[in-house]
Unconditional design. Structure first.
Lengths: 121, 107
């Protein structure tokens, strides 16, 4: 059974840093591109970042570019999101999401349960 | 960025009704369009990918159609467990963007 379990969320001060982790199981992480998607309280979904299966290609939403860094350790079956210079508008539930991989298009076929990041002044 | 617009924002329908949700893209995206269902307090779940392909395990009452800029998600016979918010997402180009969501309520 495919499972994605996020951790590392919490309350952080504006301007602070946080590192999110996503533990993958039930599939071979190294075979899949991975993403982070977030959802502010009561709002819609926003794609945040993408990393290719081998880690060589990374993309970021403009809203986080230069502040967030996505990485992965396939040997540890883990995905990460380093978040620096956090702003109030970064408050959200952060989901890790696997890419379906059937086509070149990015499609999120499995999602974790999410971890809540709250940025407070 | 490609803007995705869903309509309606919410709807209320009875069990057994046919429900249709529309998603429009700000430019042509061919069939690079996915649909997700998000039940209250849960993570989203992939229903339809590539505009019309049913994801494994998803009930056949869900279907998708469209190409270019106009797409629809249809629930052929609404069930109580379909209470959820539905999102479309374009997978044509980065940044991959979502519609604002359509909340489906049961009368």
């Amino acid at each position: 059974e495919v499972q994605l379990v996020e951790s590392g969320g919490g309350l952080v001060q504006r301007g602070g840093s946080l590192r999110l982790s996503c533990a993958a199981s039930g599939f071979t992480l190294s075979s899949y591109h991975m993403n982070w998607v977030r959802q502010a309280p009561g709002k819609g979904l926003e794609w945040v970042s993408y990393i290719s299966s081998g880690g060589s290609t990374k993309y970021y939403a403009d809203s986080v570019k230069g502040r967030f860094t996505i990485s992965r350790d396939n040997a540890k079956n883990s995905l990460y999101l380093q978040m620096n210079s956090l702003r109030d508008e970064d408050t959200a539930v952060y989901y890790c999401a696997r890419d379906l991989g059937k086509t070149a298009a990015v499609t999120f076929d499995y999602w974790g349960q999410g971890t809540l990041v709250t940025v407070s002044s | 960025d490609i803007q995705m617009t869903q309509s309606p924002s919410s709807l209320s329908a009875s069990v057994g009704d046919r429900v249709t949700i529309t998603c429009r893209a700000s430019q042509s995206i061919s069939t690079y369009l996915n649909w997700y269902q998000q039940k209250p307090g849960k993570a989203p779940n992939l229903l339809i990918y590539a505009a019309s392909s049913l994801q494994s395990g998803v009930p056949s009452r869900f279907s998708g159609s469209g190409s270019g800029t106009a797409f629809t998600l249809t629930i052929s016979s609404l069930q109580p467990e379909d209470l959820a918010t539905y999102f479309c997402q374009q997978s044509y180009s980065t940044p991959w963007t979502f519609g604002q969501g359509t909340k489906v309520e049961i009368k």
